[in-house]
Design a protein around this ligand. Structure first.
Ligand SMILES: Cc1cc2nc3c(=O)[nH]c(=O)nc-3n(C[C@H](O)[C@H](O)[C@H](O)COP(=O)(O)O)c2cc1C
Length: 171
């Protein structure tokens, strides 16, 4: 494979992934010293019903990567359009992410966003190698669901969930 072909595939692959709409999550933890860590993630996906497992892929270059290797207590929040500024902050590597008082520590010391549409309190079930990412497999222990709309991410842009004019489509 020539260098230019490789570059083309890399760009095409990124465009292909950007063509897959997703929700947006913020995953949080605290390290042994109690310092909070977190990052914006769209790689969130459901993995297993029994036991209840989800996964998130975290870049090995992320500053928070060592904290998620170290800590076994994690929280995943699916966020709403009103959380856009927070999402941007948590997507900025090295930013002072917990500068506001949006997050409160739960009984494990893990930062939690109280008004997130969905909050999953999790423990580390497994960590797998995934190329330049680690696959964080999380076991869900507690779920908080609000009657709220999620923020969507599609073609590198954030969007609210539009009204579905044609109504729901059964598979
Ligand atoms: C919409 C969106 C989704 C993202 N999804 C992921 C993801 O699933 N995994 C990941 O490692 N980084 C993802 N990122 C990038 C991280 O949020 C970003 O690199 C973050 O700042 C890493 O945190 P750090 O400060 O610990 O380096 C995403 C960024 C955006 C804007």
């Amino acid at each position: 494979m020539t260098e230019s072909t490789h570059c083309d595939l890399s760009a095409l692959f990124r465009d292909a992934m950007a063509a897959f709409p997703s929700g947006v999550t913020i995953m949080t933890t605290a390290d042994r010293s109690g310092r909070p860590w977190g990052f914006t993630a769209s790689s969130f996906c459901s993995l297993s019903l029994d036991p209840p497992l989800v996964l998130v892929c975290l870049a090995k270059t992320a500053r928070c990567h060592p904290a998620f290797r170290q800590s076994d207590d994690w929280t995943i929040q699916i966020v709403a359009p009103r959380h856009l500024a927070l999402v941007t902050r948590f997507a900025t590597s090295g930013a002072d992410k917990f500068t506001g008082n949006e997050f409160v520590p739960d009984e494990r010391g893990v930062p939690v966003l109280p008004d997130a549409p969905v909050t999953l309190a999790c423990s580390a079930h497994a960590r797998h190698d995934g190329g330049d990412h680690s696959i964080l497999v999380a076991r869900v222990h507690d779920v908080t669901l609000l009657d709220d709309q999620p923020l969507l991410y599609f073609r590198r842009a954030f969007q609210p969930l539009a009204e579905l004019s044609a109504g729901p489509h059964a598979p």
